[in-house]
Design a binder for this molecule. Structure first.
Ligand SMILES: [Zn+2]
Length: 618
């Protein structure tokens, strides 16, 4: 049991790590810059012009939007505000949280008076737990205790319905959070009632029958966001039951989603139901940020480094790809092969034709409200606490960790790196006096030849450095990033290096199609050809790496911090179909077009891109 940070109390199953309270890990370097971009983009400005989060919101006491959008916004605004220490954002967060804290009635109900759905409460509780960690506001815990007692009285006759059935684990996480702080057995009872009324995702993935794109029926169980959230649900059930079937269930979930609907950037398709492996199908932004949140919880509960590899893959590829570099516009659906972003008819399962453009509220406003949690929660959860009073790096980015270790000494760790654009990471220890504690480092599964302080370490493991640390001690880490290929849809080939996936840089022409600057809607047209195949040896790919500097805008095609040169040829028969890149010609493909040098850039920078390429037969 960690002495300083809450662990699971009995009879809950133990978790591998403890979360550090919000604010213990602060972003630095390029990651801080990315959060600042988010703050000066839509996140910091939406309430000024987006009606769903305007002064009339039901979550501010008005009679406007009174369901999930206010809570979604708080869930991302709170960590962003406190990680940046930004006075204006903190004031905005306090406005929303303050109203919520004052909204509780004598019975325990919270939120707009008209709210009769448990689902938005599950979201707002996540925001409240983060707010409490950052502020220790004494109003939070009594409000949660009162609310959960109300919920336990109500649930027998006012059941979970609709989304709340699918998303019960998110509420369970807040119940577990509170139980670990106050130990009230009523909370365990409530968590089990929730699990009984909630959908059995462990069974869903165990008996997984959705092996194809879904065409006709759209139950909530095939919905992309529900599934991204559900990746963690068996593991949350495991905390409650300790059952091996539940512990294995989250691995099974990821395996099934990868096998039948997976993408090369670690997500799965859903536009907005399971959509198969064709890289022209879409993935909703809500599913990207929810998958990340699921992985952060899987790391904490199960402590397997594979979840860290996956978290970085999604955070460094799928997340930035679906925003403009300045974070003033986002998509609803992103495609792995995305060669034209317009409102023309698409091959989605049931999303609207506006889903693929970059804008304020493309297709539907859920992502506009929910997208804010992605970057700040990733930054907050880069490090966790170990049960033997040490610290663990579960994902890598520049940051500063301030935490208690050993028998209560305060230490600071400065993680200095340009990772994932660079292979080297330096961790510098600051401490008033010598202190012994374990530092646990995730060694990515791809990092063959990884070295920590000159010592070879095992890829796909957690490496422990248990020793006495003095002020100024440092840990030098090198994760060699080999260029790797992955065979994908129709035997196509994709290129990866470290946590980054690389895509063809396509010239972009942005055209405003609706709305007002700076939060307008844009279509994106290609100005250069996209229908290339790669002429490479997939076993031993020969490419040239070109390192550039990290600019003030990080994830944009014009300022990519790293590029790759490869050889390829046009594949003339590969053309648009239904306004997306048509079905990939099965590889290998013959082409008599001239051999050209192509530039690939990180997937997250390429707003138009080809990522799964036909392989040219030599
Ligand atoms: Zn959404």
């Amino acid at each position: 049991m960690n002495k300083f940070y809450p662990s699971n109390r009995l009879p809950l199953a133990p978790s591998a790590f403890c979360f550090l309270p919000l604010g213990s890990v602060k972003p630095t370097g390029w990651l801080r810059r990315q959060l600042e971009i988010q703050a000066t983009g839509l996140t910091g400005n939406l309430p000024k012009f987006w009606d769903s989060l305007g002064p009339n919101s039901g979550w501010l006491g008005g009679d406007g939007e009174s369901w999930e959008r206010g809570p979604y916004y708080m869930d991302g605004l709170v960590p962003l505000a406190y990680l940046l220490g930004d006075r204006d954002l903190i004031a905005e967060a306090e406005k929303w949280i303050g109203w919520t804290l004052s909204s509780q009635n004598e019975f325990g109900h919270i939120g707009p008076k008209s709210l009769d759905d448990w689902w938005p409460c599950g979201v707002v509780l996540k925001a409240l737990t983060q707010y409490y960690e950052a502020t220790s506001d004494a109003r939070v815990i009594p409000l949660m205790e009162h609310f959960f007692a109300f919920m336990l009285r109500e649930l027998p006759h006012n059941h979970l319905r609709s989304w709340a059935i699918m998303r019960w684990a998110d509420t369970a996480l807040s119940i577990i959070w509170l139980y670990n702080r106050c130990g009230d057995p009523m909370l365990l009872h409530l968590a089990h009632v929730l699990a009984e009324q909630g959908y059995n995702w462990t069974h869903h993935f165990q008996e997984f029958g959705y092996t194809q794109k879904q065409a006709f029926r759209f139950p909530l169980s095939t919905h992309v966001v529900n599934n991204a959230m559900a990746v963690k649900t068996p593991a949350v059930a495991y905390v409650l039951t300790g059952w091996e079937e539940h512990r294995r269930g989250s691995y099974r979930a990821i395996d099934m989603l990868d096998t039948y609907h997976g993408t090369v950037v670690g997500t799965f398709t859903g536009d907005e139901h399971y959509a198969g492996k064709d890289p022209s199908q879409g993935t909703e932004l809500c599913a990207v940020v929810e998958y990340m949140f699921s992985l952060e919880n899987l790391l904490q509960i199960l402590g397997d480094p594979v979840f860290g590899d996956r978290l970085e893959k999604i955070a460094y590829n799928a997340l930035p790809a679906t925003f403009t570099g300045d974070m003033w516009a986002h998509q609803y659906d992103q495609q792995v092969n995305q060669v034209l972003c317009t409102v023309a008819k698409r091959n989605w399962t049931n999303n609207g034709d506006w889903s693929n453009i970059f804008g304020l509220e493309p297709n539907f406003g859920c992502c506009t409200a929910n997208m804010h949690q992605g970057w700040p929660k990733f930054a907050a959860n880069l490090w966790m606490a170990t049960h033997d009073n040490g610290l663990a790096a579960v994902a890598y980015a520049p940051c500063t960790v301030s935490a208690k270790v050993a028998d209560g000494k305060d230490v600071r760790l400065d993680v200095e790196t340009d990772y994932p654009f660079d292979e080297e990471i330096r961790i510098v220890v600051s401490t008033d006096e010598d202190v012994e504690f374990p530092m646990v480092l995730r060694i990515p599964g791809w990092a063959e030849g990884a070295v920590v302080n000159g010592q070879a370490v095992e890829p796909g493991s957690f490496f422990r450095l248990h020793r006495k640390w003095s002020n100024g001690d440092s840990v030098e880490i090198e994760f060699p990033m080999r260029v790797e290929t992955e065979r994908r849809y129709h035997d196509s080939v994709a290129i990866k290096r470290g946590p980054l996936v690389y895509s063809l840089r396509i010239g972009e022409r942005w055209e405003k199609i609706a709305g007002e600057e700076p939060h307008a809607d844009y279509a994106v047209y290609p100005t250069t050809p996209w229908n290339y195949g790669l002429q490479i040896d997939p076993v031993n790919p020969q490419v040239e790496i070109v390192k550039k500097s990290i600019g003030s805008i990080i994830f944009d095609s014009k300022s990519a911090p790293i590029e790759m040169r490869v050889k390829g040829r046009r594949v003339p028969e590969w053309q648009l179909e239904q306004n997306s890149a048509g079905p990939l010609p099965p590889s290998p493909v013959k082409s008599s077009e001239p051999l050209e040098e192509l530039t690939l850039i990180p997937y997250g920078c390429a707003k138009l891109r080809v990522t799964e390429f036909p392989l040219i037969q030599d």
